[in-house]
Design a protein around this ligand. Structure first.
Ligand code: SF4
Length: 419
């Protein structure tokens, strides 16, 4: 039985008693906020978007098992980046599934920009995710457009007012769907002087009308190297006035600790020993379910992982032998035209495979097939490299497809994985 009263961020009584951990499994982002820069290695900085390491879903589960031994009072697992959970839906949903199986009583919590939440809401409800935070910095596209450099949805990039409209539309849809399942929705708003500070009360009013449960206002932290680096951080007095204003419309969150994407421990008292554990696990090889002997691959010619799952009539099935990898069969995929039954049938037919390597996969097949316990890896490159990663735990250098929003090309990040 999940006891949501043990959530230290949402229940003031739980704050000093129960710990939370953020699992940094989501490195890529699908929007570029003008206040954000994701760095992985800054141990002294406490703000969202920062983490020391990124973990695979299997590493994240191992980390959690060890943490729970050390911290029996750990009651919440959150995924909050360092990018966006739903810009990395395969990693996020796989992690949530692994945790729910191992820890049926764990409170699951997510923090997202809301752009790509909607396709996963059914599954979040099924996994009993109870808390979702959506960051909304304005409801007016003319204001929102000044907060984001670009927005990317379904491989299309949007900028300016068009990007703002796409983002807002998807955020509203996400809130509506989450509330249909009675999931607690918190709105995060970054208070940005000169941009949205005069609008925060209106955001609170609209958020309440949309069904959101509470709201957290966070003062802008001007980060060097971002377009907002020269703005002034809102003063404590200004934040006090703003919080009093939003309280007229919606329940305000009172004890946000502006957590890192790898935060762990009691709120405001992160556990330094856990940082070492995170580092150790990130360097550890944790492979997918080894009781499954095969790996399935979507490939046009049997050399490269280069096929989208939707266009694959057959999948190459590989096993590891003492003489190297051997292709044991080409297995037919179920015919198209049966909607999601096709993916359910494929999931069942791959029950002896520990992983599925694909050049591309849509959100529905990814969710349905992933539910069967197979690890789904989207990559391009040599099949052998993918097999090395799945059978030997070697790191996988995915060759990214070139697009106008490729990592580091358009944002202020260092090209270390923000997509
Ligand atoms: S800090 Fe945010 S994402 Fe993390 S556990 Fe608390 S409410 Fe959830």
């Amino acid at each position: 039985m999940i006891d949501i009263e043990k959530h230290p961020c949402f229940s003031i009584d739980a704050k000093g008693k129960y710990a939370r951990v953020h699992l940094p499994v989501a490195p890529k982002c699908n929007i570029q906020c003008n206040y954000c820069k994701r760095d992985y290695d800054c141990v002294n900085e406490s703000r969202p978007g920062v983490t020391s390491k990124v973990l695979s879903p299997e590493q994240a589960l191992t980390y959690l098992v060890k943490l729970k031994e050390k911290m029996p009072h750990l009651s919440v697992v959150g995924i909050a980046g360092p990018g966006d959970p739903f810009a990395n839906p395969v990693e996020t949903m796989t992690t949530l599934r692994l945790i729910r199986k191992e820890f049926p009583e764990m409170i699951l919590c997510l923090s997202s920009n809301g752009l790509n939440v909607a396709p996963y809401v059914d599954e979040l409800a099924e996994l009993k995710v109870s808390h979702v935070t959506i960051t909304i910095n304005a409801f007016d596209p003319e204001v929102t457009k000044d907060v984001y450099k670009w927005v990317r949805l379904e491989k299309r990039g949007f900028v300016g007012a068009e990007g703002a409209k796409v983002l807002l539309e998807k955020q509203l849809e996400a809130i509506k769907l989450l509330k249909m399942y009675d999931i607690t929705v918190k709105i995060n708003t970054i208070v940005i002087p000169g941009i949205n500070d005069h609008l925060v009360g209106d955001i609170a009013k609209t958020a309440k009308e949309l069904g959101a449960d509470l709201m957290n206002t966070i003062p802008l932290y001007p980060v060097e190297g971002t377009p907002f680096e020269n703005l002034t951080e809102p003063s404590a007095a200004m934040m006090k006035v703003i919080r009093a204003d939003i309280a007229k419309h919606i329940k305000p969150m009172t004890h946000c600790a502006r957590c890192r994407a790898d935060a762990v421990g009691l709120l405001g008292k992160d556990d330094p020993e856990a940082a070492k554990l995170l580092n150790d696990i990130a360097n550890m090889t944790v492979t997918a379910d080894e009781t499954r002997p095969y790996v399935a691959v979507a490939s046009h010619e049997g050399l490269l992982v280069n096929q989208h799952l939707g266009e694959a009539d057959t999948l190459y099935i590989y096993k590891e032998t003492s003489q190297g990898y051997r292709m044991v069969e080409q297995r037919r995929t179920p015919p198209s035209g049966t909607g999601n039954h096709r993916w359910q049938a494929l999931g069942e037919s791959l029950s002896d495979c520990r992983a599925l390597l694909v050049g591309g996969i849509g959100p529905s097949p990814s969710a349905i097939i992933g539910r069967t316990g197979i690890k789904i890896v989207e990559m391009t490159g040599l099949i052998d490299d993918g097999l090395d990663a799945m059978f030997k735990g070697k790191s996988l250098k995915t060759i990214k497809k070139a697009d106008v929003f490729r990592c580091g090309a358009e944002c202020s990040g260092k090209g270390t994985g923000c997509g």
